[in-house]
Design a binder for this molecule. Structure first.
Ligand SMILES: [Zn+2]
Length: 201
């Protein structure tokens, strides 16, 4: 999805309706920061907000996702194009999630193997140190790669305002986490809480 194009389109359609960002935000019960984010191309409206948003802007979902007015004759082809794009985005997220898990498992096996070799195989001291060093480097690189893949796989959902957002690498690494949730500060409402990881929108 071309977020910048969609954002500009939302801004233009809103101005056509003579409403401010604040008025639009109020009628959707969201913050005006969220509207401004969409219009700057920094995020797409959540699926649950798409229908009411399109209603207010008097456009179709197809037009919203295309980021432009769609004429009668390309309506069908545009709709199909948009569907394929949404499905592809979700597929890519799933792939990244699976890669992240595989990457994590390989890292754990490799680190364990290196530590076992260093501890139990008869080796000169310098070789043991090299193996331990390799284990540490493997752990750092492996966990880093798994984290990068997981950040790319989908969104985190705020438990308070239900906004979906993608954390920065710094926020992600700092956040205490369980298997499906991570402690993050919401980019929309600014509250900190356990945010659920969602692979698809
Ligand atoms: Zn929030």
């Amino acid at each position: 999805m071309d977020q910048i194009k969609i954002g500009k389109f939302i801004a233009n359609m809103r101005k056509d309706q003579n409403i401010t960002q604040k008025q639009l935000a109020d009628s959707l019960s969201i913050s005006d920061k969220t509207v401004s984010k969409w219009e700057c191309g920094k995020g797409l409206p959540e699926v649950s907000l798409m229908l009411p948003l399109c209603d207010i802007l008097q456009i179709s979902i197809n037009e919203l996702l295309s980021g432009e007015r769609v004429g009668e004759c390309d309506y069908k082809s545009k709709a199909e194009e948009n569907m394929v794009k949404l499905i592809k985005e979700n597929e890519q997220n799933k792939k990244n999630m699976i890669l992240s898990i595989i990457c994590g498992i390989i890292t754990i096996i490799a680190v364990c193997a290196l530590v076992i070799i260093a501890s139990y195989v008869e080796l000169p001291v310098y070789a043991r140190i090299i193996f331990i060093g390799l284990a540490i480097v493997t752990a750092i690189v492996g966990i880093g790669a798994a984290a990068m893949l997981e950040i790319d796989a989908g969104y985190y959902e705020c438990p308070y305002c239900k906004a979906l957002f993608i954390p920065t690498v710094k926020e992600y690494i700092k956040g205490y986490h369980t298997f499906t949730k991570r402690r993050l500060t919401c980019h929309e409402c600014g509250k900190t809480g356990m945010c659920k990881h969602r692979i698809i929108r």
